[in-house]
Design a protein around this ligand. Sequence first.
Ligand code: PLP
Length: 411
Amino acid sequence: MRPSPIDEIADARLGAIRERGTYRRMRVLEGLQGPRMIVDGREVLLFAGSNYLDLARHPEVVEAAERGARDWGCAAGGSRLITGNLAIHEALEEELAAFFGREAALAFNTGYMANVGVIPALIGPGDVLVSDELNHASIIDGARLARADVAVFRHGDMASFADTLARARQDVQEKTRGGAPRILVAVDGVYSMDGDVAPIAEITKLAHEAEAIVLLDDAHGTGVLGARGRGTAEAAGVLDEVDILMGTLGKSIGSFGAFVAGSAKLRDLLVNTARSFIFSCALSPAQVEAARASLRLIDREPWRRARLEANCERLRNRLAEAGISTAPSTTHIIPVILGENDRTMSVCEELLARGFYAQGIRYPSVPRGRARLRITPMATHDETGIDGLADAIIDCLQDDATPGVPRPADR
Ligand SMILES: Cc1ncc(COP(=O)(O)O)c(C=O)c1O
């Protein structure tokens, strides 16, 4: 038999990945989505998911999904522009628009697909995407698909942002000879590996002064931040000012999918031009109905946001008392940056052995030398669970004898 070219490609590429020490494998989880699950055969407390509010197993959400499948079938049966535009898709979008106080919303199948759909719908060759250096991969890939220029500013740095924006504006004006500038500013609301928050009020103000459009990817802020769970923009008091709000339905909302909220014309534009919307089967009825039920619960059960915040504060404080930094997190995504890949992954394994799953994250998900434990508490962890995790981390780092790495007490 001839040697398989696929195997050759795989061997070469995977060999290089192994050599770099960044080979990844998937863990297998079992059980009902919640704060306690079975991971690789071992029951643990889960501190690694994005079901932050624990809505994925809420009886009303599960019942809505069951009803969706029973009344509408297991598939939407087509793409939205052919046979897949069910009345419940339209209802979900109207409810999302009302939830965020926008004219309209459009559902996408994932947050990744929303970003790679919306960015090329708005900008193209010669236009500029002004992008935070730590933006999510889907924003970067959206800019690639748009074939737009990308101007990157230092993470969260407003001087760097103002500078980058001014240069982009000059560039665009020269190219268009004073015509309408096409600058899209895109930022994550909550940075998914650091847990810090974009200074969205300042970004929006400066962007609008430069006649740029603002896209806020609030994958992690939606449902959690803000007094009513409307996300990062609500928390910053600029919910009405951000031009395009993107959020996901698969994280705090406990279903699957994503959405873009904005003007009615934006929705129309996306329906007609966003390729990841047009050329893909619509969300299944169970997912749609589960998301609708969750939106109602986010309004009805604000205790979930409060409990999540209290849990995160407790964990951050417990670690800080032991000299362990969780900077720059101010949210429900809490990193403990350990630096080296091997050390990070061995602490992750040690925690698993002690009954806690907090994911070790390495390059390329984070910059080289910035490997970390990424801890994501949930609203339904209790204080014993939070304290147990804190004690286990403190213990693991205290035991850790890696030369050159400070122990918690020495930091
Ligand atoms: C900031 C950000 N944007 C977009 C996405 C993609 O969302 P989805 O998982 O729905 O594709 C993620 C996923 O984690 C994210 O962290």
